[in-house]
Design a protein around this ligand. Structure first.
Ligand SMILES: [Fe+2]
Ligand SMILES: [Fe+2]
Length: 437
């Protein structure tokens, strides 16, 4: 073989190898993309977050400037999405625009020059100030082949969208559709569960008009205290349900005893004290799963006291779940600050002195201290929960940087400075309902 022939073969091999290498590199990149997307979305069950992750990943995977994922709501015949990195939501009828066309027909639309295509609506660019050059709009299908949404990817950095891009998006579509449907199912069930628990709480509050709204308020106080104590979101979720249901056992208490105005007899008092045990035994019959399994115990222990003199079990100190110790503070604070018939709220200093006096005997001192760190806007919103639409947002903002402890100092100060006077006045106005409603 002559030298020049050998060279030709060598160079041919070289270019073949380069092509192959490029192919494998690209293949590797695609697999990495799919792997990353799968990993990043597989644990996310919040639709909003899921959409944001997907938009970000698809944008990177297709080397494009923007991606929007629209979901199809078949009941309302709407396409909707979260605007990437913003809180705003967009919704429009599911037959409109290019996304609507793709959602309706299931066709893939790869438009290399948006402004040369009559289907493109220039008005959107005009409104947003964005300039769309090219776009790939792709249906998202579930395993059954039903369209559940649409991907719209805009402005590829180099050239226009290719057939390979379409194939990659097809694979992403299958993975994401499954997770989105899981998340939708989870959210639906959670909404049903939430409304069910809220309804149970309302039925209990409705039995005794003197404690109207008590279950909802104690849930809010308990959650606010838990937040100050840095409790994890999962535990706070459990605590919220336990709070909503803590007095559910009152369903088993005789109406005449529950709503009696005068002094209770010894027997009647003992009967009322049975309610947390009823709460526990009733809730134990609900088939709670995972973390929620602790709800009956937490709810049933809200009248236990740190020194062991509480009921029904007389648990002591840390035998009482932390969540129940939080409930105890929230429960008593709400009872003392509820507006009963023709009665004003108990003097705020007196309420706080009761919490202080009983910290270490009835209450867990850490929980009382956490309560005193509640911000005043949060506190006022819960105190006046039933008329929250009448609160002045400007005033709430003014007191948002102050907590209960600072409020007490301001109220006690003989010569209040400007700020002390403002927060003391705003609190006084709402606490003692010196405003029209
Ligand atoms: Fe109770
Ligand atoms: Fe209660």
């Amino acid at each position: 073989m002559k030298v020049h022939e050998q060279l030709e073969i060598q160079s041919f091999d070289q270019s073949q190898i380069t092509t192959k290498l490029k192919f494998y590199q690209e293949e590797h990149r695609r697999l990495t993309v799919l792997f990353n997307i799968t990993r990043n979305i597989s644990t996310e069950l919040k639709i909003d977050k899921l959409l944001l992750i997907l938009m970000d990943e698809v944008k990177k995977a297709l080397k494009a400037d923007r991606c929007t994922v629209f979901l199809l709501n078949r009941d309302k015949l709407e396409l909707w999405s979260k605007v990437a990195h913003g809180e705003r939501e967009i919704r429009f009828p599911s037959h409109l625009g290019i996304a609507g066309y793709v959602a309706t027909t299931g066709d893939v639309l790869n438009i290399p020059d948006a402004y040369a295509d009559p289907r493109f609506n220039r008005e959107i660019d005009k409104k947003t100030g964005y300039h769309t050059k090219n776009m790939l709009t792709f249906p998202m299908r579930n395993k059954l082949g039903d369209i559940i949404g649409v991907f719209q990817v805009l402005n590829k950095y180099e050239g226009s969208f290719t057939h390979d891009d379409e194939q990659l998006l097809d694979a992403i579509s299958v993975i994401s559709a499954t997770q989105i449907e899981n998340a939708q199912l989870y959210e639906e069930q959670k909404t049903t569960f939430d409304s069910f628990i809220e309804t149970l709480a309302s039925t209990i509050d409705a039995r005794d008009p003197l404690t109207a709204g008590h279950s909802h308020r104690i849930a809010l106080y308990a959650d606010a205290i838990a937040e100050v104590m840095n409790m994890s979101p999962r535990k706070r979720d459990v605590l919220r349900y336990a709070a909503l249901l803590h007095d559910y056992g009152k369903i088993a208490i005789r109406e005449a005893v529950l709503t009696k105005n005068g002094r209770l007899t010894v027997e009647e008092y003992a009967h009322i004290q049975e309610h947390p045990a009823y709460t526990k035994s009733i809730l134990e019959r609900i088939n709670f799963h995972g973390d929620y399994r602790s709800i009956p115990v937490i709810a049933g222990a809200h009248h236990e006291k740190i020194d062991g003199t509480g009921y029904p079990e007389g648990m002591k100190g840390e035998e009482i779940p932390l969540e129940s110790r939080i409930l105890a503070v929230a429960d008593v604070f709400d009872a003392l600050t509820s507006v009963r018939h023709y009665r004003d709220r108990m003097d705020f200093e007196r309420v706080l002195s009761i919490l202080d006096r009983d910290a270490g005997t009835h209450f867990d001192t850490d929980c009382v201290n956490a309560f005193k760190k509640l911000k005043l806007d949060v506190l006022i919103k819960i105190l006046e929960y039933d008329v929250h639409q009448l609160l002045d947002p400007k005033e709430l903002k003014q007191v948002a940087n102050y907590n209960v402890r600072q409020l007490l100092q301001a109220r006690a100060s003989e010569e209040k400075n400007g700020e002390e006077k403002i927060i003391a006045d705003i609190f006084e106005k709402y606490y003692n309902k010196k405003y029209s409603h």
